[in-house]
Design a protein around this ligand. Structure first.
Ligand SMILES: [Zn+2]
Length: 280
């Protein structure tokens, strides 16, 4: 008799936008971090968590939310090396000491960048559990949750280097990390034309999977998880690229992005223009 495999489900935790210490911007919103997601994929008994948030408060809330699902958390997968997606790990492992943390070798390399971590510790002073955790390198492109494969998609240089997304074929679900954004201004300030082209290529690679849902690393909490976010993020990158090529003054570039995307969260100078340009 064939084994009956229970279907998988998923649920999304969104941590609200949070203020952080930074020089006052010349224009736009006061410094705040985009709402950030963590996704739980679960079967009848076990669960996998994608990304681990950042501050002790939000990681504690996330751990309590995971516990409500009453599944054994076997694995935490980290999509990319940016600190806002994994500095919450020590708190999560306090709650789920038997969960293993996995990531690609590229993600782990980025996680070890000390200067990145130090800048987050300064921005969120006293709010982060600064403890080292063991992250296992994934030497395969997929791993299992109750006999179902979860596939790692290498997406290269998007909002940072060595990024990935996670694809769950059984659910038609992509958990995109920061390859795609959902009604949040994108972190484009550090990009060049070549990087934006690579980023758009990564979005196209995800679109070829024809997902039914896309959970992005940053999202407006009032929005769902439709696959249309793929085309929206692509369009954002293209429009920003056109403005950058036109070498607009900072203020005009910023205002053009905000007027094109007036209801998107996070009208942050550092996302669109960068901290170095903001102070120079
Ligand atoms: Zn992020």
């Amino acid at each position: 008799m064939p084994t009956r495999r229970p279907p998988l489900s998923y649920d999304v935790f969104v941590s609200p936008e949070k203020p952080f210490a930074a020089p006052l911007p010349r224009f736009g919103d006061t410094p705040a971090w985009d709402p950030t997601t963590s996704t739980l994929i679960f079967g009848a008994r076990e669960a996998v968590l994608v990304d681990a948030l950042m501050t002790m408060r939000e990681a504690t809330a996330l751990a309590n939310w995971v516990a409500l699902h009453d599944r054994q958390l076997t694995t935490i997968y980290i999509t990319h090396g940016h600190c806002d997606h994994w500095l919450g790990l020590p708190v999560l492992l306090d709650h789920f000491p038997h969960a293993r943390v996995v990531a690609t070798a590229g993600t782990i390399k980025q996680m070890h960048r000390g200067e990145q971590k130090n800048s987050f510790l300064a921005r969120f002073l006293g709010q982060i559990a600064d403890r080292t955790v063991q992250v296992e390198p994934l030497n395969v492109t997929s791993f299992e949750l109750e006999w179902r494969l979860l596939q790692v998609i290498e997406t290269g240089h998007t909002d940072t280097v060595d990024t990935t997304s996670l694809y769950v074929p059984d659910l038609g679900l992509i958990v995109s990390g920061d390859v795609v954004y959902n009604h949040c201004h994108m972190y484009v300030s550090a990009t060049t034309a070549a990087i934006r082209a690579e980023w758009i290529g990564a979005i196209d690679k995800l679109a070829e999977l024809h997902p039914a849902a896309v959970v992005t690393g940053h999202k407006d909490p009032t929005c769902g998880n439709p696959p249309s976010v793929l085309a929206e993020s692509r369009g954002y990158l293209e429009y920003y690229g056109q403005l950058r090529e036109a070498t607009l003054p900072d203020r005009e570039l910023f205002d053009a992005m905000v007027s094109r995307y007036p209801d998107w969260v996070g009208r942050q100078e550092f996302l669109i223009l960068g901290l170095s340009r903001a102070t120079g």
